[in-house]
Design a protein around this ligand. Structure first.
Ligand SMILES: [Zn+2]
Length: 261
């Protein structure tokens, strides 16, 4: 990986590329996704600038900014569709770091103000010394296979009516593997085996880490949980249905299955 993460601001801010994270989305310059310091809508306070890291020798920082009434903010989801893989990594990191900074201002134990840690990406309570790190919620996502067929489902909360893999949050005290078995049983009533971990993806809607698995169908008929799943069925590779966007790990699992046939 060419990415070098950073949590302390570099001395030379002029050489950085800037991600401008407003309250309702990202602000982009006239061209591209990233600003130079000279182009910024205004010069932000140091406490609103967050180090992100270096990709291929280029440093990036994020600005925790207010919305600009004269410039419409753009949704992260929409920008990710347009971005390269490297740009996506920068945007995802910027969005999550700024969201964490906005959410963690006061200690949840004693209510006192938090201050930035000098060396780490953390906030520390000025009274009881409790530390707060960026929060990440682990989720599982799984493609269940039955020969060539794939078990795909439409979630009730999907913005678009695509068919995707099954997914859910890992519960406290549960392993990722246990969560895969539980989620598949809860959502569609099917037993699985031959679980195989494939890869993971940071998913900033809002602060998830998706752990991607493949699994084989074992037994049971599909019965959808109507609170979670609108429809689920076995889909053949090449069928003309709406699939999740290419940047998603769901789509990557589907494409991996098709390549492995
Ligand atoms: Zn405290």
């Amino acid at each position: 990986m060419s990415f070098q993460p950073a949590s302390v601001l570099p001395e030379d801010l002029r050489s950085q590329r800037w991600v401008w994270v407003g309250e309702s989305g990202l602000l982009c310059p006239q061209q591209g996704l990233f600003w130079t310091q000279a182009e910024l809508p205004y010069q932000p306070l140091p406490e609103h600038i967050h180090a992100l890291g270096t990709w291929h020798g280029q440093g990036y920082v994020a600005v925790e900014a207010r919305d600009e009434p004269t410039r419409p903010a753009r949704r992260l989801r929409e920008l990710l569709m347009l971005a390269s893989a490297e740009e996506q990594a920068v945007l995802v990191r910027a969005a999550q770091v700024v969201l964490w900074s906005r959410q963690y201002r006061f200690c949840s134990r004693c209510g006192q103000a938090l201050q930035a840690h000098a060396e780490e990406r953390a906030r520390v309570c000025t009274s009881c010394q409790e530390h707060y790190y960026p929060r990440i919620n682990p989720c599982i996502i799984v493609l269940v296979r039955r020969g060539r067929s794939m078990l795909l489902a439409q979630g009730v909360r999907f913005v678009q009516p695509f068919f995707s893999t099954l997914a859910g949050f890992i519960e406290a005290g549960e392993s990722a593997e246990e969560a895969v078995h539980r989620e598949v049983m809860e959502e569609v009533g099917v037993r699985i085996d031959h679980l195989r971990y494939v890869s993971s993806q940071s998913w900033p809607f809002p602060q998830s880490l998706m752990l991607g698995f493949m699994a084989d169908y074992q037994s049971g008929e599909i019965h959808c949980d109507p609170r979670e799943i609108r429809a689920a069925r076995w889909v053949e590779p090449g069928e003309d249905i709406l699939l999740p966007p290419p940047l998603s790990i769901a789509r990557q699992l589907i494409e991996l299955h098709c390549r492995e046939l």
